[in-house]
Design a protein around this ligand. Structure first.
Ligand code: HEC
Ligand code: HEC
Ligand code: HEC
Ligand code: HEC
Ligand code: HEC
Ligand code: HEC
Length: 183
């Protein structure tokens, strides 16, 4: 007896659930036209998956070693300056790519927004530390520390040189012959 009641109850419950699903569009009562597969969002593509974003455009030489799952440290085994090495990756890929390979997500610079806006220097400093400390790191760079000058002290806006989505620039070269490689 008890069993029958439970069965009836279950039937009623599943009927209600089915109706709710039907009304909320969870079940296609009449097959509509097939929905296109959801597009992968750029932010979800892994940093090493060049083709995932660049599609058919070649961004790596054909003979390149596979880089699936490779972190930035892996690239640096070959991509170091010097004869017979692959040369630095600085300037070869945009800053956003260097950050992505280092595991820095879009949202860590832009915040969780639908429409990303340009990023203030304060964000950069929050991760990279005080500008005076940063200048210490590059004190030995020739011919002149890019992070310290008589004009701007140590507080020149990072984004004047380092671009995340375009080739970086050498601000000082507007007036000086400083041949920096700007990452
Ligand atoms: C086993 C060595 C090796 C590893 C590891 C490696 N590369 Fe390379 N890569 C090369 C060589 C060699 C070239 C060709 C260099 C040349 O002659 O221009 C190259 C070229 C490139 C280029 C084209 C550079 C240009 O001048 O246009 C890019 C971009 C690149 N690699 C990205 C990467 C990234 C990103 C990683 C890590 C995820 C990586 N590589 C790991 C050896 C390597
Ligand atoms: C290291 C910080 C950083 C990371 C990581 C980063 N961005 Fe940006 N983004 C910037 C900066 C700075 C600008 C302003 C333009 C410039 O200097 O390149 C910008 C500009 C943009 C813009 C244009 C905004 C405008 O109105 O001009 C878009 C869109 C964007 N980023 C999307 C992304 C996406 C998507 C990712 C992840 C794949 C990403 N960004 C990762 C720093 C970053
Ligand atoms: C969420 C933390 C974070 C933010 C925000 C961030 N960065 Fe970075 N950045 C990193 C990490 C991690 C690396 C990898 C090198 C390292 O460990 O220092 C890096 C590397 C770099 C490099 C060196 C690349 C190389 O070739 O060595 C530059 C230049 C740089 N960032 C500039 C910026 C600028 C400009 C901004 C602001 C628009 C910014 N970063 C925002 C974490 C961050
Ligand atoms: C005048 C142009 C310029 C400005 C402005 C600038 N940088 Fe740089 N930055 C450079 C150059 C050039 C290098 C490469 C130095 C070298 O040859 O190692 C560099 C290197 C770096 C590196 C790698 C340092 C390392 O350990 O090798 C980081 C991180 C960095 N910059 C972050 C920043 C941040 C954050 C800001 C803003 C507070 C900033 N930069 C402002 C030109 C600039
Ligand atoms: C998440 C998407 C995404 C991934 C993954 C990605 N790229 Fe890009 N790439 C872009 C976008 C978008 C641009 C245009 C500039 C920007 O926004 O950074 C770009 C620009 C470039 C450029 C500058 C020249 C050009 O074609 O505009 C090079 C070189 C490049 N990517 C190489 C690579 C390599 C090599 C890899 C794999 C290690 C890679 N990209 C992975 C989205 C991506
Ligand atoms: C708009 C032009 C301009 C830009 C951009 C510029 N400088 Fe200068 N800089 C000058 C002039 C002109 C002088 C000489 C007059 C003076 O001392 O103010 C000078 C002098 C200097 C000096 C004093 C020693 C010397 O060589 O005479 C240093 C160091 C210097 N600049 C570094 C830098 C650095 C680093 C940058 C980039 C962050 C930079 N400058 C960007 C115009 C510029």
């Amino acid at each position: 007896m008890k069993n029958k009641k439970t069965k009836k109850l279950l039937l009623a419950v599943s009927l209600i659930l089915f109706l709710v699903a039907l009304l909320s569009g969870g079940i296609d009562a009449a097959p509509k036209e097939k929905k296109a597969a959801p597009k992968a969002k750029a932010a979800d593509v892994k940093a090493w998956d060049c083709a995932g974003c660049h599609k058919d455009k070649k961004v790596l030489p054909d003979s390149h070693v596979p880089i699936k799952e490779m972190p930035y440290e892996g690239c640096l085994v070959c991509h170091i300056p010097g004869e017979k090495n692959a040369g630095t990756l600085r300037t070869k890929i945009p800053g956003s790519h260097l950050h992505a390979l280092k595991g820095v997500k879009c949202a860590q610079c832009h915040g969780k927004v639908k429409k990303p806006a340009p990023v203030e220097m304060s964000k950069c400093v929050a991760c990279h530390g005080e500008t005076a400390k940063l200048a210490e790191k590059t004190a030995k760079v020739k011919p002149q520390n890019p992070h310290e000058s008589p004009h701007y002290g140590t507080s020149a806006d990072c984004n004047l040189c380092h671009h995340q989505h375009a080739k970086s620039e050498n601000l000082c070269a507007q007036c000086h012959k400083f041949d920096y490689i700007v990452p």
